[in-house]
Write a protein that binds this ligand. Structure first.
Ligand SMILES: O=C1O[C@H](COP(=O)(O)O)[C@@H](O)[C@H](O)[C@H]1O
Length: 232
């Protein structure tokens, strides 16, 4: 699928919300459930806001939907640096059962939080080794990081785990983090990258030429199909 470009974050969010509803309904028809991995950060917030509003709210098959986290900062859930806090506040009051939200427990710290999420994912997936989510939403940092997999860091290269700990205080805000590992992100049926702002769009354009110096960036390691939704 070609990249999708929009004039504004709002136009991007509207188009993506409609795509997401269609995909969710199709997954439920085909397999009886829809699993959506949520990105942290600011870029996906207009999308989350819309999914909690009409007409998308009534169209989403919430009873068969599970919302998971792609990454979290190692802070308590009510801390204003927590991805979870921002996600929940932005979605508002969804008709989603409590056990359909799979929160990363940032309050445990990066190492224990990563172990805890891996165990809970394993149970959630019925004990299979490599769960296949339907869609993973991802933001991208201007340094090419996705989820909390940062360029040159050991966590970004882990192959043998589902969830990894980033133990350094890194990123914005600079804190240790918990992240889905690359093989788990790449096992999903679809990945969708959300990019806003000229610097990220420029990096994405450069990546299309696949220059050797950028091939090691986490964003370059994402498997296809990978949808890219971009706006100013
Ligand atoms: O720290 C993080 O940053 C990235 C990018 O965030 P954005 O605010 O520029 O959209 C985000 O994708 C990641 O989930 C988050 O933990």
């Amino acid at each position: 699928m070609a990249d999708r470009q929009f004039d504004s974050p709002d136009a991007l969010a509207r188009s993506l919300a409609s795509f997401l509803v269609r995909l969710a309904r199709r997954c439920v028809r085909q397999r009886g459930r829809f699993s959506l991995v949520l990105s942290g950060g600011g870029t996906p917030l207009p999308l989350y806001r819309l999914l909690g509003q009409e007409p998308w709210r009534s169209q989403m098959p919430w009873a068969h939907t599970w919302l998971l986290q792609g990454d979290e900062r190692a802070v308590p859930p009510h801390d204003n640096r927590s991805n979870w806090a921002l996600i929940r506040a932005t979605f508002g009051d969804l008709p989603l059962a409590d056990d359909h939200w799979l929160r990363m427990r940032g309050e445990l710290g990066a190492l224990a939080g990563a172990r805890d999420y891996q165990l809970r994912l394993h149970v959630w997936a019925g004990g299979i080794d490599l769960p296949r989510f339907d869609l993973v939403l991802l933001g991208m940092g201007e340094d090419g990081h996705v989820a909390s997999l940062f360029p040159g860091r050991p966590a970004a290269a882990v192959q043998g785990a589902l969830v990894v700990a980033e133990t350094a205080a890194i990123g914005q805000p600079p804190v240790p983090r918990i992240s889905l590992a690359l093989p788990l992100i790449n096992a999903a049926r679809y990945r969708c990258l959300l990019l806003t702002g000229s610097r990220k769009r420029l990096l994405w354009q450069q990546l299309q030429q696949r220059p050797t110096r950028l091939l090691q960036l986490p964003v370059s390691q994402l498997a296809r199909p990978l949808f890219c939704y971009m706006s100013e």
